[in-house]
Design a protein around this ligand. Sequence first.
Ligand code: C5P
Length: 219
Amino acid sequence: MNNKITFLILSGSTKEYIDPVRYITNESSGQMGSAIAEAATKKGYEVVFVSGTARVMPKNVKVVNVITALDMFKATKSSFKEADIIIGAAAIVDYRPLVVSKHKIKKDCSNIIMSLKLKQNPDIIKYCGQNKKNQVVAGFALETEDLIPNALIKLKKKNLDLIVANGIETFNSKNATVSIVTSDMVLEIRNKKKNIIAEKIINETVRIFKSISPCKNDH
Ligand code: C5P
């Protein structure tokens, strides 16, 4: 039996195709998820890294590449049971087109207003929170107002053990100010490099994991 602490880290953004050449996505660079994965491997933990599209990828980590939110959900479910700590740092696109056109959609119907029917994607980290068994599940909350109250609402709603709350200014930047929020503490980390923040996130999740599963080895 593998007695090492195993992380499952979700990172990058998803792409939701409209037709073979067009898609919906977002600006996530994957920097934070990548820094978290590197911090975990540096400490000797096992890492399964599920990555959507990203400009930044971690070194020395086994990567499972995915494209859509449904792919990410499938990859998550297949590694979920073996993971001790799951961290959802991915910017998953919330809605996907209801129908993906097999062929490039023509633009010759310019006199009509086109509408795109969307379907909600599964909330992957909520699934992890609701199905965890002696596991620690952590997520992120990007908020433009009422940062901590909104993060606490998400913590509860998704049954997470920890949430990293940050403002919009951390998107795509090297440094960040974040708050690590659990049900009984708020730890603010001001203007630090993402690898420093990543190390704190690893330490906090491992601390919580050891409090529920003291027998598992550190390395
Ligand atoms: O609800 P909101 O999208 O703000 O929550 C952010 C957290 O939920 C992040 O950890 C993100 O990775 C995760 N999430 C998810 N599946 C979605 C949407 C968000 O796992 N469909």
